[in-house]
Ligand binder design. Structure first.
Ligand SMILES: [Zn+2]
Length: 246
């Protein structure tokens, strides 16, 4: 392939822009904030699951409390009714004895129910505290995620601005290159880890960092300035400058 030596030099400018573009894209993909956001989402999912469990337990305890309170009320009303009956005039002695037994038994039952109620209310307090703790834990994680998202968006903005400028620069530079040279450069660049053109500096290919052997050097020396030469080792386009040591 033939290309004006000055045009070949422009490949190095294009390469510098492409390298900057690749670095910006790499930085965009690997922002630490992205890992933080994923981590926050995983932690939030874990806390949400525990929160659902804790809220279910709390609802169960509340239902159990209402049931016990209703039981206590039933027992209390029954005892009141018995007391009123015992206080009434003309109740037979045998019935009074029966009522006394029942009132004693109801009092015992009420005591048992109230003990259960007390224990249940303690459990409910514990469950409420747990729900509260999980809610604050979730809020903290969501706040951390929101901060990471804001930081990510800010950096994305900066990177996207820089990408826009670099892409415009690339388009401008690419537009000055002959189509066949640009196509070769792009093909080699894609096949060679993003580097399509490398400077030959002090007899060394800056693409693969290898020094050219004697015969390779002789070939490059023999090539005309407008010949497009490639590194024998990495196949990248070798751009010759006054620093090439030829
Ligand atoms: Zn090379």
């Amino acid at each position: 392939m033939i290309a004006d030596p000055f045009v070949q030099l422009r490949l190095l400018d294009l390469q510098a822009v492409d390298t900057a573009l690749a670095q910006l894209a790499h930085r965009r993909r690997n922002l630490p904030e992205l890992a933080t956001i994923v981590d926050c989402e995983q932690r939030a999912a874990g806390v949400r699951a525990r929160l659902v469990d804790a809220e279910t337990s709390l609802a169960d305890l509340a239902a159990e409390q209402r049931r016990l309170e209703a039981d206590v009320e039933t027992v209390r009303l029954r005892a009141e009714k018995d007391q009123r009956r015992m206080a009434a005039a003309g109740v037979p002695a045998k019935e009074i004895t029966g009522l006394q037994h029942e009132v004693t038994s109801l009092a015992r039952r009420q005591g048992v129910l109230e003990d259960e109620l007390l224990e249940l209310m303690e459990n409910r307090e514990t469950a409420e505290a747990q729900v509260g703790q999980l809610q604050s834990e979730l809020q903290a994680i969501l706040a951390e995620r929101a901060a990471a998202e804001a930081a990510r968006d800010e950096v994305f903005g900066e990177i996207d601005d820089a990408l826009g400028k670099r892409r415009a620069e690339r388009d401008r530079l690419a537009g000055t290159l002959p189509a066949d040279l640009l196509a070769l450069y792009d093909k080699v660049r894609e096949a060679s880890g993003g580097v399509g053109a490398a400077m030959l500096r002090q007899r060394r290919c800056e693409g693969c960092r290898l020094e050219l052997s004697g015969s390779e050097l002789a070939d490059v020396r023999a090539a005309k300035p407008e010949n497009v030469v490639r590194c024998d080792n990495c196949r990248r386009i070798l751009v010759r400058t006054h620093e090439s040591g030829l």
